[in-house]
Design a protein around this ligand. Sequence first.
Ligand code: AGP
Length: 624
Amino acid sequence: MCGIVGYIGDRKTEEILLEGLRRLEYRGYDSCGLAVSNLKNKLQLKRAKGRVEALADIVAAENFKGTVSGIAHTRWATHGVPSEDNAHPHTDCQGEIVVVHNGIIENYLELKDELLKKGHLFKSDTDTEVIAHLVEEKLKTLNKGANSIRAEMPEPVFFEAFRRAVSVLKGSFAVSVLWAKTPGIILSARMYSPLVIGAGEKENFLASDVSAFLKFTKKVFFMKDGEIAVLRKSGVDFFDFGGKKIQKENSTVNWDLSMAEKGGYKHFMLKEIHEQPQSVENTLRGRVLPVSGELLEKELGMTAAEIKKTGGIQVIACGTAFHAGFAGKYIFEKFGLRTEADLASEFDERSRLLEKNTLVLAISQSGETADTLYAVKLAKKNGNKVLAITNTLGSSITREADYTLYTHCGPEIGVASTKAFLGQLTAMYILAVNFAFVKGNISEEKARLCVEELLKIPRWVEETLGLERDVEKLTLSFSGKEHYLFIARGINYPIALEGALKIKEISYVHAEGYAAGEMKHGPIAIIENGMPVLAVAVSGPNLDLIRGNIEEARARGAEIIAIVDRESGKKVKAAHYLEIPATDELFSPLLTVLPLQLFAYYIALNRNCDIDKPRNLAKSVTVR
Ligand code: AGP
């Protein structure tokens, strides 16, 4: 997830762009840049690795005169490590077209190959740079093959070149381009990534979200997929990708700036909970079809032969990431792949006992967790191959590991991990299906059926988040409680652990996650009258057993909150029910965790806790 900003008007363009980037830094902050056009038909381009203030220092030293328009970008790297060369804006061969982009261009390699064959010279490892050269190539074609772009070309030809370019892009994009020869217009297009236009008085704005320009105007046009905006100082026109002009209604935003940065949500954590349909979709995108091990070869550099040679799998991670990996153990084992899962901080002894052909899965949202990095070093020392699963391109873990699979969740600002957890869980399914297929543990038909189910998950996540109001109301009667128990069996046992961690870390209450079958071996002694016990009880082979465990807790006075599907809800006795869409138990963790995230959030809200920055915690624990 990155942030893009554009401005056309009479103010000092570079200042407006920097102000907008500061407001969007939560969307990405590993590098940034801006390009400003002026009346001499020249572009001034400045970029920096690191945060916006690093760019602001560079801009302050530059003399921007006669500015007309500009575009800017703050990056959360997905392709190409964080560096000045990979920072946006990117340019065409002549340096006369600049582009900023938020999203993932899935077919950029094919497009890049075609452009390289036509003599285009690339300067970065990003997918985005392809767009600048594509527009340049379309301009050349429209200019009847002349090898330079004539200055007298009118704006409509630039529009047509841009329209043709975005029409061949596959994947997700909110993209904006400037051409030095037409400083009076900025072009922008949307497909799956957010893009909003701010309409001012003799000035106009574009951005990934309204917080970038809310200070200057509250009159906005929310772009839809397949739409192009043409911004001039005098106004904005809208077209579809076919070039047909369209009329759009404007809206008036009534958020204050602080709410705007959180997309209208009260906290980043709640915003990120609601980003989960998109983060699951982005993590799945291009990685589950066709199931032929292609993903592993193309993206990880793991050949089918290497996969066939791997013996067991060993997960190492911390905290929420460990819960994703622990659920991964159940998932991999469902596909016949022997798997162990250890806390990275407890991996010392076991690291020396690993079979050499055991593949180590190191999971870390930040890629900087000291315990996990240390455990990776131990595994490498023992001669094992390491596959890192991380949300942060270019993080330390990617340099230590042999292979890396990225979860494309965008920056996670809330200290309590939610969308990154679901992204890690999604990555477990992607790897399990691909590994099992390549190793011959499942047929192509079975793999296809699993993929079909996975592709439904984003919609089911969206549907499950519809429980929010029910959960909010339910928590009102629990906010005074100081002790909680979370129980589940089988593949949902790690979800019980995750639910307990979520409520602990943001509400500061005591909570335990337990394997429900273990209750009778001691923990049931702690149950008192009215104690809240959250139980995951979805349809599947564990339902009858968990139903018995719930009865044991109920008989001792527990107040049961059951996470059920329609069928299992009829068979379980509870004081409260939170119903999720029915899916095969194998995939249920992707949904059962959601009501627990919301439950923790609203308990913490009722207890007036600092939800995005809980006491004693850090987003990345870089000490052992
Ligand atoms: C998650 O809610 C916690 N804040 C914490 O447990 C976190 O998952 C853990 O520190 C691991 O972080 P990582 O994924 O960046 O390695």
